[in-house]
Ligand binder design. Structure first.
Ligand SMILES: O=C(O)c1ccccc1N[C@@H]1O[C@H](COP(=O)(O)O)[C@@H](O)[C@H]1O
Length: 232
């Protein structure tokens, strides 16, 4: 299972995620207590292993903002929250190329789990520009980094009904104590966490980061064990 530890603000925290066994680290370029600058991320990303995926998180970004930041910071992926331009993923895919990993720019489109989830999935452009859909919660104040979980049980049937063809990444209010339950309930392709592994906003807690990754790996292994040979 793919694991991203998001909203890192220092090399120490990003390296902690790498050492704990995460597949990807993320950096928030949007309004947030965890916001970082391009200068910071360029310096951090250059010191991380080549094989760790490095995602930039953007809210309502322009094409130029995303494309310039990818090049400037050496990002390998982007996470697009609430964009008013539905064609943005396709424009980015055309710009960066439709090659296979590891050269491919990862594009994650964020949807919020609300009662109109099915409609949101229906509005996704069927252009194959998006590699995975990240399902998050939102509050009146924030579109990400909320620390609030959505109703996984209710979401499960929506996912099966409207998004069985999509790679799903679950986010929103995940913590070391509840992530296994989310994995068992939703059986996603990946998980993502920001505030749930922090000591305080903008600073990761090493014990929480390790416990989170271990809990996901263990839950994913349990799921594999009960799969029929044909499904595995
Ligand atoms: O982390 C933030 O502050 C943030 C701000 C604006 C957009 C996205 C943000 N983070 C993303 O939010 C989700 C879940 O966060 P949490 O685990 O509930 O705190 C995650 O995908 C982060 O990438």
């Amino acid at each position: 299972m793919w694991i991203k530890i998001c909203a890192n603000t220092s090399l120490e925290d990003a390296q902690l995620a790498v050492d704990a066994g995460a597949n990807a680290v993320g950096f928030v370029f949007a309004e947030s207590p965890r916001r970082v600058t391009r200068t910071q991320v360029r310096a951090i990303a250059a010191r991380l292993p080549k094989n760790i995926e490095k995602y930039g998180v953007f809210v309502h970004p322009s094409f130029d903002e995303v494309a310039d930041t990818v090049m400037d910071c050496g990002l390998t992926g982007v996470q697009l929250h609430t964009t008013s331009d539905p064609a943005l993923p396709l424009r980015l895919r055309e710009h960066f190329g439709d090659m296979p990993a590891p050269k491919r720019l990862g594009i994650l489109r964020v949807l919020h789990y609300t009662t109109d989830f099915d409609a949101q999935v229906g509005e996704l452009q069927p252009d194959h520009a998006v590699d995975a859909v990240l399902i998050d919660s939102r509050t009146a104040k924030a579109v990400g980094g909320t620390g609030v979980a959505f109703d996984w049980r209710a979401a499960q049937s929506s996912f099966l009904r409207s998004a069985p063809h999509l790679r799903l990444i679950v986010a929103g209010g995940l913590r070391p104590e509840n992530v296994a339950d989310a994995v068992y309930t939703l059986q996603p392709w990946g998980v993502d966490v920001a505030s749930g592994v922090e000591a305080f906003p903008g600073k990761k807690d090493p014990a929480k980061v390790r416990a989170f990754v271990n809990a996901v790996r263990q839950a994913a292994a349990e799921i594999e064990k009960v799969k029929l040979p044909a499904e595995a």
